[in-house]
Design a protein around this ligand. Structure first.
Ligand code: PLP
Length: 378
């Protein structure tokens, strides 16, 4: 199987597996306890927190709040900040965000918060000035993803942050960096964001673990209530092995990032080059020069993506249409709808996403397999 659905989830890095193993077995303690078994788990987890803070350029290890994944980190950022301190602050976001942000934003409107959802252009890009125009004195959080999970569009997060802060200096900027972390620099300085969400399984860590960077002094209303772990912001017994696996994958990802961009970006470019030479009627969706190096979201004219994906699966190639986070259901995605795609264009669009295991030769191999199936279907 040639797996080109790495944006849905990617292969676990060996560094993550190695870091997890001791904490699944011998060092199984609950880090909230006081005895030696607990202390071993706690010490390892706090070292991991330090590493994560350092990798993100955060000021203090306690700025890292471990969560049960990217969805939970986004919920905590948006809901937690909108409801912080008993308030009912307004939220501004955009129509191409992941549902983890959009549905959290929708949820807080039911509790009395105001919500403005700005649009995106035909490439999925937001306009910082539109964000700024939507901000009022009651707006407490502006959320803009670093890179889109479907088309791979890289958003001007730092420009949005500057624009919304000029409109309201007290605003918190949240960025969902879940898809971007693997290939883009994700630090507090580079993004200019206050809140940064990551998910381990998108960059070679295990599923069901993530983190939110929360600046010191910022209190968030918890979304998960209970024993008060993670400074009260995310209760629940820690997933120690998962956290260690995530941070080991973060380290490996950051060390490999530059090489990833040329190796995996090279595979993606070769894929588009060869496919374009073999098949007519291919269009790249999203901004060609301003998208993640691992993403190739294409319209293949005259070929229904649903049929194409089934035939590709039979031919040993895994790809995606829409977002796999919607439990595999194929429907016109809200992202493509926000980009102004009509049903025909959306139904002929398909997502190929490369990952850390891919080599340049995989691009050519994939292009030849896709071309053969397209020829049969046409
Ligand atoms: N945000 C983005 C941009 C994503 O692509 C995803 C997963 O597809 C998530 C959030 C949710 O992360 P998780 O799967 O860890 O809940």
């Amino acid at each position: 199987m040639l797996y080109l659905d790495h944006a849905a989830t990617t292969v676990m890095r060996p560094e993550a597996r190695d870091a997890m193993a001791p904490f699944l077995d011998g060092a199984f303690g609950n880090p909230s306890g006081l005895h030696a078994v607990s202390r071993r788990a706690k010490n390892a987890m706090e070292e991991a927190r330090e590493s994560a803070a350092w990798l993100l350029g955060a000021d203090h290890p306690l700025e890292i709040v471990f969560t049960g994944g990217g969805t939970e980190a986004d919920n905590l950022a948006v809901i937690g900040h909108a409801l912080a301190g008993g308030g009912r602050g307004g939220v501004v976001t955009n129509a191409a965000e992941h549902d983890a942000v959009l549905r959290s934003a929708d949820f807080v409107t039911r509790l009395g918060c105001a919500l403005t959802v700005v649009g995106v252009d035909g490439h999925g890009l937001v306009d910082p000035e539109e964000y700024a125009a939507a901000v009022t004195s009651d707006t407490v959080v502006a959320s803009v993803m670093l890179a889109n999970n479907e088309v791979g569009t890289i958003q001007p997060v730092a420009a949005v942050a500057a624009a919304v802060r000029a409109a309201n200096p007290d605003i918190a900027v949240h960025t969902d960096a879940v898809q971007a972390f693997v290939s883009e620099e994700v630090t507090v300085a580079a993004t200019a964001a206050d809140l940064i969400a990551l998910s381990a399984h998108k960059f070679g860590g295990p599923k069901g673990v993530g983190l939110l960077r929360v600046p010191r002094g910022m209190d968030l209303e918890p979304v998960v209530h209970g024993g008060g772990q993670e400074l009260g912001m995310r209760s629940g017994t820690h997933n120690v092995a998962g956290i260690l696996g995530m941070v080991a994958a973060m380290q490996a990802t950051v060390a490999d990032r530059e090489a990833f961009r040329s190796r995996v970006g090279g595979a993606r470019d070769r894929f588009e080059e060869v496919l374009g030479s073999l098949v007519d009627g291919i269009e790249v969706n999203g901004p060609v020069d301003h998208r993640l190096v691992q993403h190739s979201h294409l319209r293949i004219q005259g070929v229904q993506s649903e049929t194409l994906l089934i035939r590709l699966d039979q031919a040993g190639l895994a790809a995606a249409a829409g977002s796999a986070c919607h439990s595999g259901a194929i429907e016109v995605s809200h992202v493509l709808a926000a980009m102004g795609f009509d049903e025909d264009r959306a139904a002929e669009s398909v997502r190929f996403t490369f990952g850390w295991v891919n080599e340049r030769k995989d691009g050519e191999d994939a292009a030849r397999r896709v071309a053969a199936v397209v020829e049969q279907l046409r």
